[in-house]
Design a protein around this ligand. Structure first.
Ligand code: ATP
Ligand code: MG
Length: 208
């Protein structure tokens, strides 16, 4: 970290729904990289998930808001939800960088999502605008990052910072499946999110 320079983490995701795996990864990144803030950015229309069941963006926004509101260092952004067309991380990072070029921007991903990086839209724009934090996630190996060297080059791979976070084998897909089967999601998501899903029947109409 450069002393005196503000550092902000950007946590992108579909958050369909948000769960403790997301929150733990964001908080661990905040601690390890001395981030002043982490901004959660629910995706509008996820380019990789258009064929699958994704809850209404406003539901995902509100669930994410409920999950982060008690952490004074966590914020939420509507930038991807309000943008027309597919949500590309490269556009989002360019947006935040333009807001304040003096801030050291970090994009936080899990060990699975980081591997998609080469298939992302405009990887150049990603590396121009942010450092990347790759959080460990049960079932996915951070060792695969080294294998990206051939595709991305050593210089870029050096800007991907692996981070061991407390292991939580939780996924949004598993939560949707559990809801579909009438199983409890208690202690997998914040209580307010659990109640919001039940009250609004967010996942009543589609499968996992
Ligand atoms: P889905 O099963 O629908 O893909 P998900 O649990 O992977 O949902 P996403 O919204 O796709 O959640 O993930 C957003 C970001 O959070 C990604 O970078 C992902 O790798 C990371 N992430 C999700 N769950 C965890 C977890 N349990 N531990 C660490 N990182 C996670
Ligand atoms: Mg995922």
């Amino acid at each position: 970290m450069v002393k005196g320079r503000r550092a902000i983490g950007l946590m992108g995701g579909t958050f369909n729904p948000i769960h403790y795996g997301h929150l733990v990864a964001a908080e661990a990144a905040r601690d390890a990289f001395h981030l002043d803030q982490v901004i959660f950015i629910p995706a509008g229309q996820p380019p990789h998930k258009s064929g699958l069941a994704v809850a209404d963006p406003e539901h995902r926004y509100l669930m994410t808001f409920l999950a982060i509101v008690s952490n004074q260092h966590f914020e939420i952004s509507r930038v991807e939800i309000d943008r027309q067309g597919p949500s590309y991380t490269s556009d989002t990072l360019a947006h935040f960088r333009a807001l304040d070029p003096e801030v050291l921007w970090y994009f936080i991903t899990g060990a699975d999502a980081i591997l998609d990086i080469v298939s992302w839209h405009y990887p150049d724009a990603i590396f121009q605008n942010a450092e990347l934090i790759a959080a460990s996630r049960p079932g996915y190996s951070l060792k695969k990052i080294e294998a990206l060297k051939q595709q991305l080059g050593a210089e870029r791979v050096a800007r991907i910072h692996p981070l061991e976070v407390p292991a939580l084998a939780i996924s949004s897909s598993q939560i949707r499946e559990r809801l579909q089967q009438g199983l409890s999601i208690k202690y997998l998501v914040p209580e307010a999110v659990e109640h919001y899903i039940a009250k609004n029947q967010v996942y009543a109409e589609f499968g996992a």
